[in-house]
Design a protein around this ligand. Structure first.
Ligand code: SF4
Length: 447
């Protein structure tokens, strides 16, 4: 009987992608992935340190694993990802049940680490991979053509790390300086994923649109990927407003394969706070890019991230954030209450906005966004949307879930549908955060 491995992932899509990679590595070693930690002989926790909450959740999860380790002293527990990179040795000291700690650059060395643990060692691997001139093919050669296809989707990491040093963010310290993979290295992975059933690709990077290898930038890469035969949808996340330009807006509008959804974080609506955050753009510069995008691509849907309660944020600063929500009419907003991250510039500014004020501002953002979302969703009723079916509904029998081009979740009751189908769906109703529809007709090139 094969050994079982359980992976718990915290944080962003980049981390999910890394976890998929870890699963592939473990499968090659003979492990079977389980969703029951109690059945596992190997447990990996892939951590995120962008917000305080995931970090606390990591330690509380490790606490809950103690009885499993007591029952099975051979159980191997590893902590990877950004908290591991940041805390390193401290995790081994604080949590005796942890056998190995490894940073985001080291998960390809899991077989070696597991071997060392089996020899009775505790492992710490947080070294950075070497790179020259901001170019690094950070996916090992032997893994390029064995990426993971999840249903009909696959992720490709095109850059790693970040050079922006926003004052609230720990990423440049935990993921390192930004590096880009060579175009052919990425395209080889993309071709392979499409040939193995990926209908939708996501290009990933902490600052995905600052991708550059010599004269080959994000625009050129996006263009090249859209030309892959068999690819039906292309998405990317997260771009930075500073590296967004009108040419990219025009490309999105011109290439049908590039989905009509852009996640463009603005973080705060006040120029004073944006400056303190070291975002490198003003509110007007952000809005001008959005206005142009909407002009050339009226069907575009836009998502964002924002922080409430950044140090010194006043009621007036906060109102500017609400104004941006009103003007842009985002389709998705990820809102975070500011919490200081150790080692960041903002961490030294003092966390002076009281918790109840942060709570109240967060609530106001959520209420406003709920109103905007409800209105937008009602506007879809009666329209026909192209939907890529990506999963079975977890609770409703014979219902399938999919996403519109603009990334709206849709549920369709139709037993004939399969994962990977691209269908035109007539929207018949709405739920609090999603749409309901019925198949209007399959998309011609579905076969
Ligand atoms: S752009 Fe700013 S927020 Fe985004 S990863 Fe880089 S430092 Fe962090």
């Amino acid at each position: 009987m094969s050994e079982k491995a359980y992976i718990q992932t915290f944080g962003c899509q980049m981390n999910e992608h890394d976890s998929f990679r870890m699963m592939e590595i473990l499968a090659k070693m003979g492990f079977e992935v389980t969703d029951q930690p109690g059945q596992a002989s190997l447990i990996l926790v892939n951590t995120c340190s962008v917000r305080q909450n995931p970090e606390n959740r990591v330690y509380s999860l490790l606490g809950r694993l103690r009885p499993l380790k007591r029952r099975n002293p051979d159980l191997i527990v590893g902590v990877g990802g950004c908290v591991a990179q940041q805390e390193g040795e401290a995790i081994l000291e604080r949590e005796k049940l942890v056998d190995m700690v490894f940073g985001p650059d080291n998960f390809f060395r899991l077989p070696e680490m597991i071997e060392s643990v089996r020899r009775g060692e505790r492992v710490l691997m947080t070294q950075w991979l070497p790179h020259t001139r901001r170019v690094q093919n950070f996916i090992p050669e032997e893994w390029i053509e064995s990426g993971h296809v999840e249903g009909c989707k696959a992720y490709i990491a095109i850059t790693k790390g970040c050079d922006n040093f926003c004052t609230f963010c720990i990423v440049p310290m935990t993921r390192g300086r930004e590096v880009s993979r060579e175009p052919e290295n990425i395209l080889r992975e993309a071709r392979d994923l499409v040939s193995r059933g990926a209908r939708e690709l996501w290009l990933l990077g902490q600052n995905v649109n600052s991708y550059r290898v010599g004269k080959f930038g994000f625009y050129e890469l996006l263009t090249a990927v859209t030309e892959l035969e068999g690819l039906r949808r292309l998405r990317f996340t997260s771009p930075h407003p500073n590296d967004w330009n009108d040419r990219l807006s025009e490309l999105m509008a011109a290439r049908a394969v590039v989905c009509n959804y852009l996640h463009l974080p603005f973080q705060a609506g006040s120029d004073r706070i944006l400056k303190l955050m070291r975002r490198g753009h003003t509110r007007e510069q952000y809005l001008a890019k959005i206005r142009y995008l909407k002009t050339v691509n009226p069907r575009i849907e836009i998502g964002t991230d924002l922080i409430v309660g950044f140090p010194t944020e006043t009621e007036e600063d906060f109102r500017h954030t609400l104004e941006i929500l009103e003007e842009v009419q985002f389709s998705q907003v990820y809102t975070f209450k500011y919490s200081p991250r150790p080692g960041t510039k903002a961490g030294a500014m003092g966390d002076d906005v009281p918790r109840e004020v942060k709570d109240e501002r967060l609530q106001r953002v959520l209420e406003l966004q709920d109103r905007i979302t409800a209105k937008q969703l009602r506007g879809f009723v009666g329209t026909v949307q192209e939907v890529l079916i990506d999963s079975a509904h977890p609770r409703e029998r014979r219902a399938m879930n999919g996403r519109t081009d603009g990334n709206r979740p849709v549920t369709i009751k139709d037993p004939a549908l399969e994962i990977g189908d691209l269908v035109m769906v007539r929207i018949t109703g709405v739920r609090p955060h999603s749409l309901v529809g019925e198949v209007d007709l399959p998309v011609a090139a579905n076969a």
